[in-house]
Write a protein that binds this ligand. Structure first.
Ligand SMILES: Cc1ncc(C[n+]2csc(CCOP(=O)(O)OP(=O)(O)O)c2C)c(N)n1
Ligand SMILES: [Mg+2]
Length: 318
């Protein structure tokens, strides 16, 4: 099945929904309604939403810890996502994962992330190999940051992806920082250039330009699905807030952050839509609808119940 072409308006709708969901989550953390462990995704939405929207429902997604926009773009239920953060029976893990969250939805191909950074890279290679051996036509997309790109697991996964022409797309979100370590300190060359060494295709995109990301992802997904092999997409993004919720972010130059914030994908996309002739009233309508959807999902999720002691042996296989 070929993928329908997404419009910038549709991508904006999901980006706005994702940031509205995140704002609601952060308010819940402020109110002690959920454990406060979260890495805000403001600045990453353009990459996460646009790349994920190039996937089919049955394709695999291994998301990263930066925000949730990719998970929302893959279609995971908003109530279930809140339920996972609260740790109640409405979550995708039905209450087994609050605090360190691992949202999963096998029906949507959402295989989780890896709390140990880099673990998802090799799991993604395994998922892609399984799809290849089963001739299922599924593509695997794996997100990670500039810091995680420097783990040994990346090189293992990239090697088999190139050697075996696995149907996989590695999306490196290069936001220039791994907590307080600038990418210039951790990395010599360009991430995109690694593709050559491993026998993959490589493309570098402006992560705040969702159409550029979308077009790169559609091409990479098509290559993967046609048996032509793996791709690295290096998206330049900005981390608009601290590393985690509560991080005072004192190690970054405030002037540079303010400048980087000019690359807010949501503000840029809204302006681009208006420039292309979209009506302010139509944009405001989808924003209002997104806010209402998020609030109703939050209220519903808060009515869930924590898992009882009878479930302590669930999911234990040894
Ligand atoms: C193996 C491992 N080392 C360290 C950590 C702690 N940690 C969590 S996020 C993070 C920074 C990751 O930076 P990057 O991959 O660039 O992603 P970003 O946070 O910038 O989105 C670190 C060091 C971890 N989770 N796993
Ligand atoms: Mg980073």
């Amino acid at each position: 099945m070929t993928h329908a072409t997404r419009t910038l308006f549709e991508i904006y709708q999901v980006m706005f929904l994702a940031q509205a969901w995140e704002q609601a989550l952060l308010r819940m953390m402020d109110e002690n309604l959920t454990p406060a462990l979260y890495h805000p995704g403001r600045g990453s939405e353009g990459t996460e939403v646009a790349a994920t929207m190039a996937l089919e429902r049955s394709d695999y997604l291994l998301y990263d810890h930066r925000g949730v926009a990719h998970i929302i773009a893959k279609g995971v239920d908003l109530v279930a996502m809140f339920g996972d953060f609260i740790g109640n029976d409405l979550g995708t893990t039905r209450g087994m994962g609050a605090g360190v969250v691992h949202i999963v939805d096998p029906d949507l191909g959402v295989l989780g992330q890896s709390g140990t950074l880099g673990g998802s890279q090799v799991i993604a290679a395994g998922a892609a190999l399984s799809a290849k051996l089963r001739h299922s036509g599924q593509v695997t997309m794996c997100f990670f940051g500039d810091g995680a790109a420097n783990r040994g697991t990346f090189h293992e996964a990239a090697n088999v992806a190139g050697a075996w022409k696995l149907p996989i797309v590695f999306v490196i979100q290069n936001n220039g920082w791994a907590v307080s370590v600038p990418v210039e300190h951790s990395t010599g060359g360009r991430f995109v250039d690694r593709a050559i060494g491993y026998g993959m295709a490589g493309v570098q995109v402006d992560g705040a330009d969702p159409m550029a990301v979308y077009e790169a992802a559609v091409a990479a997904v098509a290559r993967a699905r046609n048996g032509e092999g793996a791709t690295i997409i290096e998206a330049k993004t900005v981390r608009m807030q601290g590393h985690y919720f509560g991080d005072a972010d004192g190690y970054r130059d405030k002037a540079l952050i303010a400048e980087a914030t000019q690359s807010d994908p949501i503000i840029r996309t809204r302006a681009a839509l208006l420039e292309q002739g979209a009506l302010e009233t139509d944009i405001a309508d989808v924003e209002r609808a997104a806010l209402a959807e998020v609030i109703s999902a939050r209220d519903m999720a808060l009515s869930g119940r924590p898992p009882g002691p009878e479930r302590i042996f669930e999911d234990i296989y040894a």
